[in-house]
Design a protein around this ligand. Structure first.
Ligand code: GAR
Length: 187
């Protein structure tokens, strides 16, 4: 049985999907040991409902050190599921190959500092992109630059807004995230 730690900042619908896919066997051989959030958020309630241990580590002094200390040594994979804090290069180095992120766009486009959530979708609309989607990738110290594991995409329609894109991207995420986690853990 592999050990997962999931980092979140928000509503945690991807976290919920991961929990459900572990329960229904789409993600094999793994258990979620800990959910860490960098703020109070609804995702923590989702974890607690499933009796998963939770911890809040707020940004500020010693954030990386506290995070480092909170992650059990037996962790096989750290999953960033809508986690909005930037991690220190040393932390990324330590967990290289064992930490993945989901990004709400088709990397390498629309990645990097400040590119999260609605900022990404607004930028996609502004650039009049023909398609958008989501990317699961390994985390390195370069923001959103690590090796791509899986992508899924859809056509952007003329009447799409940042809100409709967010909904469509989430649907893609619910498809590719569990697949990517299973792929990385059980390859
Ligand atoms: C997801 O769309 C995820 O791709 C995005 O935050 C959302 C979290 O939704 N992550 C980023 O923007 C990171 N750069 P959720 O809390 O419902 O899973």
């Amino acid at each position: 049985m592999k050990n997962l730690v999931i980092l979140i900042s928000g509503s945690g619908t991807n976290l919920q999907r991961i929990i459900d896919c572990i329960d229904n066997g789409e993600i094999r051989n793994v258990k979620v040991n800990l959910v860490i959030a960098d703020r109070e958020c609804f995702g923590l309630e989702r974890a607690e409902k499933h009796n998963i241990q939770t911890q809040i580590i707020k940004r500020g002094k010693d954030f990386s050190e506290k995070l480092e200390n909170a992650i059990p040594e037996n962790t096989d994979l750290i999953v960033l599921a809508g986690f909005l804090s930037i991690l220190k290069p040393e932390f990324c180095k330590k967990w290289e190959g064992k930490m993945i992120n989901i990004h709400p766009a088709l990397l390498p486009k629309f990645g990097g500092k400040g590119m999260w959530g609605h900022h990404v979708h607004n930028a996609v609309i502004e650039a009049e992109e023909k398609e958008s989607g989501a990317t699961v990738h390994f985390v390195t110290s370069g923001i959103d630059e690590g090796e791509i594991i899986l992508q899924g995409k859809f056509d952007v329609e003329e009447n799409d807004t940042a809100e409709t894109l967010a909904q469509k991207v989430h649907q893609i995420e619910y498809d590719i995230f569990p697949k990517a986690i299973d792929l990385v853990l059980n390859k």
